[in-house]
Design a protein around this ligand. Sequence first.
Ligand code: ZN
Length: 253
Amino acid sequence: MKGKKRGKKHVCLRFLSFVLAAALLFSLAACGGAEDGSGSQESSLQEKESEAEAAEKAQLAEDEANGLFLLVNKEHHIDADYVPEDLEPIRYYASDRNANSRYMRAEAADHFHELVEAAAAEGIDIVMTTAYRSYEFQEILWNYNVSEKGEEEANKTSARPGESEHQTGLAVDLSTSEIDYRNSYDFENTAAGKWVAENAHRFGFIIRFPKDGTDITGYSYEPWHLRYVGRTAAADIYGQNLTLEEYVEQMGF
Ligand SMILES: [Zn+2]
């Protein structure tokens, strides 16, 4: 009898441990449920990321259609009769320069104004010296530079007519009071030059001819020459330390 009782107790204990195990399994399953919860959080994060990627792609497609990635250099010339349709006057300029160049395409002009105002809020003064240059003005400028420096020297820093992206209405040369509003390599070391190098991309601009890009761009380093490409591309180009030539190739534009 005792044995039987012990047997019953044994069965009872086994049943109890079964119940405990089941409870444990159930709570583990509940944990699994919690894990499923974080899993769905993860997938919604992925959804958000792919939504952001899609938005970025759509923005780049819009910017491309809007001509913001127009490549003009010694190999890609721009038509002599190309004149942007939406040129707008620039508000902040060095007053001793040609008034005909105080224009940029509307979107670029608006963002340039934002850039200048953001710098001013930090006590830094930035003005444009030249922005839009017509084909005719490029001719005058090129001929002048050749007569001053000779063709070989002129070709390093100035563009032949049709080779200047200033004709796109998307480029702007900058200066600041610290260097008496000159276009100079000294711009790099001014408060304005340092600010521009760090912040221009936030307003959709890139330093078009970077220090180590001469082999690709065909131009010497120009810390004062900015090119508008829109915020999305500017952030990419700044982040990856690319030239516009490399970016256009990478994106297949
Ligand atoms: Zn320039």
